[in-house]
Design a protein around this ligand. Sequence first.
Ligand code: BT5
Length: 311
Amino acid sequence: MNETRKRVLNALNESDGARSGPDLADELGVSRAAVWKQIEALREEGFEIESTDTGYRLRTVPDRGQSALELGLDAPFTIEYHEEIDSTNRRARELAEAGESDVVVVADTQTEGRGRLDRKWESPPGGVYLSILCRPDLSPAQAPLYTLAAAVATTRAARETGTDARIKWPNDVLVVEEDGETRKLAGILTEMQGETDRIAWIAVGIGVNLDEPEVEGSTGLRSHTKTVDSTAFIQRILEEFDALRSDPDSIIPAWREYAITIGERIRVKTEREEFVGQAVAIESPGTLLIKTVGGTVRVNAGDCEHLRPEE
Ligand code: BT5
């Protein structure tokens, strides 16, 4: 958000009464015209700002949008908001190539939402689609940690709304229904550009269903909880993600807390191989250990299917 706009909005938001234009201009060290311009811009974004005899008063905040997302966000990200975009990950890559960092691209709907391996991510309007672009001081081999961090952050934010969200290795956030079936609530797609010993940039894409999409085996947050404030929900994901990235040692223990994969009989398909066995552990940076008849194998990436014990 424009820095002056952000400060005008914060000042209005923190004030109990109305704030006069000259007063705001003095406090922020900008011209009255600049304050007025930002008030108009905020109104265009959907903020209801009343003009009274004593000045401006903030009445309501819009449900979505860049300023609403940045207001009160306790994480050092700039938001780029789109009502519609092809893919937030595609846009994050473009921003990365332009040298940006710590930007989150958020969209209300995507026309070409992507899953892993060129799969499609259904992105109807009113869902949560975001990509966090950052430049961590990590080696490319440690990148999976960020996927796990995103899964933990999403799971925690979903659990705060009252949904019993869990994680399936490596990147699915699921809800275990009463009949024992699992349904996919969110997916994560991490893309990056690596140098030999350091990540140049990483874009962590997170898609969360609010309403249930027309995809078999999927669910939405609103099927489990009556009201979801999508702006607050996105902010909680970003705040949790930021806390986890600043303490990378906390990521794997947090992931284990919510994971349903460990101890399960699973089938994992990697690009070239397929393993069936029992998931016994996860190791940094996200390697799954599977006990198979031929011995214990370690896999870093793949599609994981939970099997019934007798299969
Ligand atoms: C994922 O892939 O789960 C990663 C999804 C990442 C989406 C986000 S949205 C913001 C950012 N921008 C993007 O363009 N992408 C990211 P994967 O594990 O490959 O799962 C894909 C499979 O999930 C599909 O083949 C479908 O079977 C299923 N699926 C598609 N849309 C879904 C949805 N909305 N909800 C649940 N399942 C879905």
